[in-house]
Write a new protein. Structure first.
Length: 559
């Protein structure tokens, strides 16, 4: 069956009219136009000049990391797709938590949703994210994350994962795919062939999935089969090696560690032929060191397409990369048939999303949402928060906190490491306000001033590092929490009631095994901050179900 005819089947399900549109568009394109369709360029922030540059390139799509102003973000998105002869895909990491467009309302991340342990509620939360994304002009979600949080040291997977249980991950990922694709956004299963085992970050190095083929088949392989059966429209091929399969294909030496993004074995043989995926394969960002450390752009850019990816994501130099693809065609490294196959799949996904017939992208003005819409979202996210907050341990019966015993609370905050330029750290003001509203006096020590043991009745440790790109590790930094040396060596819970709450990485007991009270809240949304305080003061029970082993396999941490 030809690629064009295959678009009648899953995951596209195109009718005759849609198929005719795809064929007509393909026929109208010369080689240069077809190659440009393979690019999804990045627009970071909301600069209209940069957006105009993307529009001028005539790419297949744009991936957005907008600023926090929704009106400015929408204007930049519209500018980036204006004048397109073929409707453009507008993509983003729509994951909740910090891995979420800043212009959208804050949403719970994957691990918070998993901790709520309610599939219907999960679908409702994902549906809210989809509605928000659709209103901002997005039509392609680079999610769900299928990675299992198998290595507690991983700072790139962690809270982006639904946990360690493949059954739970599969169920929630399927809910995500359903919520997105019934709302008009393509979903993307990632990160093929499976992250979460290597503690390193593919943004910084080519990482390795170390599983045997039998282990892979019952874990990541099973999850990808499930998403394919659910009709997921795209899969992201990551800069992650799967040496067990490469060895099965006869590779040796360094070729065992070829990133999936440039591996014909993983993209074509395993994903296409053995798993039967017919949708769009998108590379992870081409600027990541997991790819650039493998080879220079003159090698990797053509290989991304030649070895099975249909979309080249986040080119740092589009004109250079376009020239590299043209040169690869000229020397026979990249065939016209492979290009046509990729373009057909891209056009097929656009038609499946209903973008065909919309050759002039909408330039409708920004419309603020209704109060009813705000209330609807808030209700769902509050319910997720109420069910997600997880008490991992309370070895001394410290909870609930009361104004009679713990009126003066010192809040010791460890904000996340800054990564993206201009990205402010999460604000814990909702948590502070919730404490004060209940009559507590909040003490916030100035940086470097040491521990306020004389003035405080209790200590509340607040950590807000979620899993995100290039942070390398998510650890407790006692120096930052306690005001430097020698206070970094103090463990004041021997003197004062102490509670540690993580609004991010769920594995901090690795560094604080004797912390008497430890709570995971997974993301720093206002709803989760407010829910934590309600739980700590005893207004509500702690209902969360941990999606991971928060004790990190350590018996020490349980006591």
């Amino acid at each position: 069956m030809s690629t064009l005819e295959s678009l009648r089947d899953a995951p596209y399900h195109l009718d005759d009219a849609s198929l005719a549109w795809v064929a007509s568009k393909l026929e109208s394109m010369d080689l240069d136009t077809r190659l440009r369709q393979l690019f999804v360029l990045a627009l970071l922030g909301d600069d209209l000049g940069a957006a105009a540059g993307i529009a001028a390139f005539r790419a297949g799509g744009v991936v957005r990391a907008p600023g926090p102003n929704p009106e400015a973000a929408f204007a930049a998105t519209v500018r980036s797709i204006s004048g397109a002869r073929v409707p453009m895909l507008v993509a983003a990491d729509i994951e909740g938590g910090v891995n979420h467009p800043a212009s959208l309302p804050a949403a719970p991340n994957a691990m918070a949703v998993a901790a709520a342990a309610d599939t219907e509620l999960a679908f409702a939360a994902f549906h809210q994210m989809a509605l928000d994304a659709k209103a901002q002009g997005f039509n392609w979600s680079l999610g769900p994350v299928l990675d299992l949080s198998a290595n507690f040291r991983s700072a790139i997977v962690g809270t982006r994962s639904f946990g360690t249980d493949p059954d739970v991950v599969g169920t929630l990922a399927a809910a995500y795919v359903g919520a997105m694709q019934t709302s008009g956004l393509a979903a993307t299963a990632k990160h093929w062939p499976g992250d979460g085992y290597d503690e390193r970050d593919q943004h910084l190095v080519t990482t390795v999935n170390p599983l045997t083929l039998e282990e892979w088949d019952s874990g990541p392989g099973r999850l990808y089969r499930q998403m394919i059966s659910k009709g997921v429209l795209s899969v992201m091929s990551a800069h992650i090696a799967l040496p067990a399969f490469a060895r099965r294909c006869g590779e040796t030496g360094g070729e065992l560690f070829r990133p999936a993004s440039v591996s014909k074995h993983l993209n074509q043989t395993l994903l296409r032929e053995r798993l039967g995926f017919r949708g769009v394969i998108v590379s992870d960002a081409s600027a990541m060191a997991g790819l650039t450390s493998w080879g220079g752009p003159e090698h990797t850019i053509p290989q991304l397409i030649a070895n099975g990816c249909d979309v080249l994501l986040f080119s740092v130099d589009p004109e250079r990369d376009l020239a590299l693809l043209h040169a690869a065609v000229d020397r026979g490294q990249l065939s016209p048939e492979r290009i046509e196959d990729a373009v057909l799949r891209i056009l097929g996904m656009k038609a499946a999303l209903g973008l065909h017939g919309k050759d002039a992208p909408s330039t409708d003005g920004w419309r603020p949402e209704s109060s009813e819409r705000t209330t609807q979202r808030r209700t769902v996210y509050e319910e997720v928060a109420s069910r997600a907050v997880t008490l991992v341990k309370d070895t001394r019966g410290t909870l609930p906190l009361t104004t009679s015993a713990h009126r003066r609370i010192a809040v010791l905050e460890q904000p996340p490491r800054p990564v993206l330029p201009g990205m402010p750290p999460p604000s814990i003001e909702p948590l502070i306000a919730a404490l004060r509203a209940r009559g507590f006096e909040v003490i916030r020590p100035a940086p470097g001033k040491g521990l306020p043991l004389d003035s405080a009745d209790a200590l509340l440790y607040v950590l807000t590092q979620e899993s995100m790109l290039t942070v390398s590790e998510a650890r407790v930094d006692w120096g930052r929490l306690h005001g430097g040396f020698p206070s970094s060596m103090a463990r004041p819970w021997q003197e004062k009631p102490s509670v540690m709450v993580s609004f991010g990485h769920p594995y901090h007991l690795f560094d604080a095994p004797r912390m008497p009270v430890y709570v995971n809240a997974y993301a720093c949304t206002p709803e989760l901050q407010e829910a934590v305080i309600r739980k700590l003061v005893g207004e509500e029970p702690l209902l969360g179900t941990s999606p991971v082993d928060a004790f990190c396999g350590s018996e020490q941490a349980r006591h």
